[in-house]
Design a binder for this molecule. Structure first.
Ligand SMILES: Cc1cc2nc3c(=O)[nH]c(=O)nc-3n(C[C@H](O)[C@H](O)[C@H](O)COP(=O)(O)O)c2cc1C
Length: 250
């Protein structure tokens, strides 16, 4: 009887030991999963951080008068083989769509403050910035990498009436796109034209800033839409509207 009892007890202890082992290994596995998940989150947030490029603060004073910039503005299609600086690129992006107050208003007006425009930078030769395709975020005044590598030559590789497209030699190209659903919120009304109007105002801001910085640029609306969409990775509903090559006047 005593033997039976002690056998039963030792069996129970064995069973408890097994259960404890199982619980222990489940706990260990859970801890390992939590640690791995935390590591994955930290790697992906580091990845996001490294995909973001902070831009130098834009200056809001100085430069030349608006009248002088208006008087001097001309479409420039020939650039020196020289880089732009990150300061210059920052100033140009800000001129197009930068945020200028804590309510989120921008350098360009926007119908119903709907802000349907997006701005992209194709960097080919910009000091302090890897060649690549970037999206400009007005709120953070920063860039997010879309893809790395100089895509300017590729985008403008087709010839224009047998001549090489002059835009292929630009150190940087700024592209303005429109997201139409942001403005088409009034039922029964197609307000798409507002997006084109806003592109014009943003582009003119940029062109005047170009003059103020002593650079050259041209507003171009003749471009290969499919290639541009592919280059920027645009989804349906967002269309490229203006392509502005920028460089140092030759
Ligand atoms: C809506 C629009 C589209 C344009 N598209 C092109 C273009 O595709 N290629 C180009 O070289 N210039 C283009 N231009 C620039 C004009 O050719 C230029 O503004 C015009 O010749 C007047 O010269 P200016 O800008 O030096 O005053 C465009 C201008 C505007 C406003």
């Amino acid at each position: 009887m005593l033997l039976m009892y002690s056998l039963q007890r030792s069996y129970n202890y064995c069973e408890i030991g097994e259960k404890m082992k199982r619980i222990g290994s489940i706990a260990l596995a859970s801890i390992a999963i939590i640690i791995m998940a935390a590591m994955a989150v930290s790697v992906s947030s580091k990845q996001e951080e490294s995909d973001m490029v902070s831009l130098p603060q834009p200056r809001t004073d100085g430069g030349i008068s608006v009248e002088k910039a208006l008087f001097e503005r001309r479409s420039i299609r020939s650039f020196k083989n020289e880089s732009l600086t990150l300061d210059e690129v920052s100033q140009l992006l800000w001129a197009a769509q930068g945020v200028t107050d804590d309510k989120g208003h921008r350098t360009s007006p926007s119908a119903m403050a709907s802000y349907p425009l997006e701005v992209y930078l194709l960097a080919g030769n910009v000091t302090g910035l890897s060649a690549g395709v970037y999206h400009y975020s007005p709120h953070g005044h920063n860039l997010t990498v879309i893809s790395l590598g100089n895509k300017i030559d590729e985008l403008f590789s087709s010839s224009l009436r047998g001549k090489k497209d002059w835009r292929a030699l630009s150190p940087a190209v700024i592209i303005i796109t429109g997201v139409f659903e942001r403005i088409n919120k009034v039922p029964g009304q197609d307000l798409s034209r507002f997006v084109y109007v806003e592109t014009g105002t943003a582009a003119e801001n940029l062109l005047l800033e170009v003059v103020s910085l002593g650079l050259g640029a041209t507003y171009t609306a003749g471009f290969d839409e499919n290639r541009t969409r592919e280059c920027l990775g645009l989804a349906r509903g967002e269309d490229p509207i203006a392509v502005l090559p920028v460089g140092r006047k030759a």
